[in-house]
Design a protein around this ligand. Structure first.
Ligand code: AMP
Length: 394
């Protein structure tokens, strides 16, 4: 069911609590932000709220302080960066709850950033009292933190029941729209490209996507578990022994949909500059590190004809060139196709950046874990908590 969006609400003179994902990478001393991508991703929602007359309270977690106040995980550098990006002062609260914070309640047009939510263990415990205190700061709840929507925490789920309305921010809305479109009503042919190290992480995704997709192209180390299930040699490649049987069952139910590599780049030792060759059958001493040229060609042909593409996970050890060749080649093929393309997961995102094609992908998801759970057919708790559009009187 469609969820209420920030667009549906009258924000004038309301205090709006926006759960954002400002879990940015910081330098070791915690003083410098090394990438402000996540801050930029929520700018449209924050600007929208300001322009529509709201007083804005922003909240996020940063790192894993495990319920303790850790100065190097303070959100203070984020407040400074956000001030620059918004071109207006962003006040920094000393904490996320308490009398001092309540006294800092912003006026319409003002922005207050709460301190790291995870300085309180109650955040991850989804504690009702902590949830109530967070909710007491505001009139309306907005969730723009898609990357945290798969966690049932106080700021993503608990506090929602203490406020009359909970809506998706613009970033969350966009994530839900694209992910829903490619999984629920994809234009055909629709394909998924799945890679990465572990089959176990993507079992639900494979099972769920098999119901909808026309084909699933498998790459990365995951492919070797499937090849073993077909009794093909995998040498010393990474195989999840305890998942071979499951892979066999998946192949039995969907042999015409699951596409596996037909050649491989192999090495005898995984290290930068290792001697490598292309093989069809992996030798006993060899380790598969990338898909081979014939596989690239075959997968690229399927990608070219597709109208919908979902991609998650690299095709090889892409951090170690030249074993990024398969991943980068397919990133280019996805960019060149006319399909609606939705990419999730940090590694795939890096790969499309390396290939220089980020702007030719329809939607790059900001949430690795969350997008995987969504693709696995799991309703994200942070999304379930939002008000349904049809039921919420505005
Ligand atoms: P995941 O977190 O499951 O998406 O896996 C991502 C990781 O899979 C990346 O760090 C890749 O280096 C790794 N990977 C991909 N292909 C292989 C391979 N053939 N052998 C070992 N690791 C791989």
């Amino acid at each position: 069911m469609a969820k209420l969006s920030i667009n549906d609400l009258d924000l004038r003179d309301k205090t709006v609590f926006i759960r954002v994902d400002f879990n940015v990478p910081l330098s070791a001393d915690g003083k410098e932000i090394t990438s402000d991508k996540r801050i930029r991703a929520s700018l449209p929602t924050i600007q929208y709220a300001i322009e529509h007359g709201a007083a804005v309270i922003l909240a996020s977690h940063l790192g894993r302080p495990k319920g303790r106040r850790r100065p190097e995980m303070s959100l203070a550098p984020v407040a400074a960066r956000l001030s620059e990006l918004l071109g207006r002062h962003v006040a920094m609260a000393p904490d996320s709850v308490g009398a001092e914070v309540s006294a800092m309640r912003p006026k319409p047009g003002e922005v207050l950033l709460l301190e790291n939510l995870r300085f309180h263990s109650e955040e991850e415990a989804n504690d009702p009292e902590f949830s109530r205190q967070l909710a007491s700061l505001a009139d309306i709840y907005i969730n723009d933190a898609f990357g945290s929507a798969h966690r049932a925490h106080a700021s993503t789920v608990g506090m929602v029941s203490f406020l009359p309305r909970a809506a998706a921010g613009l970033l969350m809305d966009r994530e839900l729209q694209w992910l829903t479109r490619v999984t629920k009503s994809p234009e055909r042919p629709c394909i998924a490209l799945l890679g990465g190290a572990k089959v176990s992480d993507k079992i639900e995704v494979i099972q769920n996507l098999l119901k909808v997709m026309d084909k699933i192209l498998i790459g990365g180390a995951m492919a070797y578990t499937f090849l073993r299930a077909k009794d093909q040699p995998t040498g010393k490649s990474l195989v999840e022994e305890d998942k071979i049987e499951l892979a066999r069952q998946l192949l039995q139910t969907a042999v015409d949909k699951l596409v596996l590599p037909i050649d491989h780049i192999v090495v005898r030792e995984i290290k930068p500059g290792a001697a490598h060759e292309t093989v069809t059958n992996i030798g006993a001493d060899e380790i598969g590190v990338d898909i081979g040229p014939r596989t690239i060609e075959q997968y690229a042909t399927i990608i070219r004809d597709a109208r919908t593409i979902i991609w998650n996970g690299p095709m090889g050890i892409f951090e170690m060139p030249p074993f990024d060749h398969g991943t980068v080649s397919l990133a280019k093929a996805v960019a060149e196709s006319k399909a609606v393309s939705v990419v999730g997961g940090g590694d795939s995102e890096k790969a499309i950046k390396t290939a220089g094609v980020s702007d030719r992908i329809t939607h790059v998801s900001t949430g690795g874990g969350a997008s995987l759970e969504f693709l696995g057919g799991i309703e994200l708790p942070g999304v379930r908590a939002l008000s349904d559009k049809a039921e919420a009187a505005v």
